[in-house]
Write a protein that binds this ligand. Structure first.
Ligand code: ZN
Length: 307
């Protein structure tokens, strides 16, 4: 397996629109570059801007079709990760494990049981909402109106915990964040966010949120989106977030979540820049063991506990 786990990209939703290929495209992420950069596991988000629930469901299904078409066209390079043990199989040794994620549960409408259908379709990670309020929870843009996770949302948490699906708190409002830490009985991820102390963006995590994640045993995937990195907005500033979070809650809770193809302005030009990250971390004082955990070990620990 490659040395790097990345908890979030929007490549599949983008390719579903542009009709480009996963193997080789003009975006931030393709298989040729990912392989060279040493990617071992990549989470792929299904995403569409929240609108009519039925519409959203159709869009999500079309994006999953793109995902599976691309996976079968590139069987020598990739495979869909359904359970943790798949990573250990000799046949998958040199391939990239792909994990299907749903960014926002609008597609379920109020039908919590549909999560079982999506699980059968290979979905292994989910975020309750994307920035706004839906039937499950309020997102980060709810602001003063934030009423956290709904009754339906709590039912959904029970189902996904039972199914063995990863819960992603990126985009969830603060009230819901702390409720999820309380209700969800497994390690959590925040797939793509940075430290609010260094960059005061709503989508970034406060010190209290980071400490709650530490208590829970989860991980935050630091993201390369410029707006969430702040300062001079280059790769070194991204390392600053990793250093800050590690000093606050320990490097065991830091992972990577690029958000490749999810935003126009990034501090990394694309997945190819990941190959320099290990060296940059060691130069900033992380031991080889800590570096390996940030690049992959921490994320794998959470995946193993759930999948
Ligand atoms: Zn996102």
């Amino acid at each position: 397996m490659g040395k790097i786990v990345d908890l979030h990209c929007d490549t599949i939703s983008l390719l579903a629109k542009t009709k480009e290929s996963l193997k080789n495209n003009g975006g931030h992420f393709d298989l040729l570059r990912a392989k060279r950069a040493g990617i071992g596991v990549q989470f792929f988000a299904l995403f569409c801007l929240p609108r009519d629930n039925e519409d959203t469901l159709r869009e999500i299904l079309k994006q999953s079709e793109k995902y599976y078409c691309e996976l079968s066209l590139n069987q020598e390079e990739v495979y869909p990760l359904m359970q943790y043990e798949d990573i250990l199989l000799p046949v998958n040794q040199d391939k990239i494990a792909c994990l299907l994620h749903l960014e926002g549960a609008e597609a379920l409408g109020s039908d919590v049981e549909l999560i079982h259908v999506l699980y059968r379709l290979g979905l292994r990670s989910i975020g309750l909402t994307w920035n706004y309020r839906n039937l499950m929870a309020d997102g980060v843009l709810a602001g003063d109106q934030d009423s956290g996770i709904s009754k339906k949302g709590r039912q959904l948490l029970e189902e996904i915990s039972e199914l063995g699906m990863i819960l992603d708190l990126a985009h969830l409002g603060e009230k819901g964040f702390f409720e999820a830490v309380e209700y969800y009985d497994k390690p959590l991820i925040v797939s793509h966010a940075n430290a609010r102390h260094l960059c005061p963006h709503r989508r970034n995590l406060s010190n209290e949120q980071l400490k709650a994640l530490q208590m829970n045993g989860g991980v935050v995937g630091v993201t390369a989106v410029k707006d969430f990195v702040g300062s001079h907005e280059n790769a070194y500033d991204l390392i600053d977030h990793i250093v800050y979070i590690s000093e606050l809650i320990g490097s065991d809770h830091v992972a990577l979540g690029s958000d490749f193809d999810g935003a126009d302005h990034m501090v990394l030009s694309g997945v190819e820049e990941y190959q320099n990250l290990g060296g940059l971390l060691e130069r900033r004082g992380f031991t080889p063991g800590e570096t390996e955990n940030i690049l992959s070990g921490n994320a794998l620990r959470v995946m193993k506990a759930i999948l």
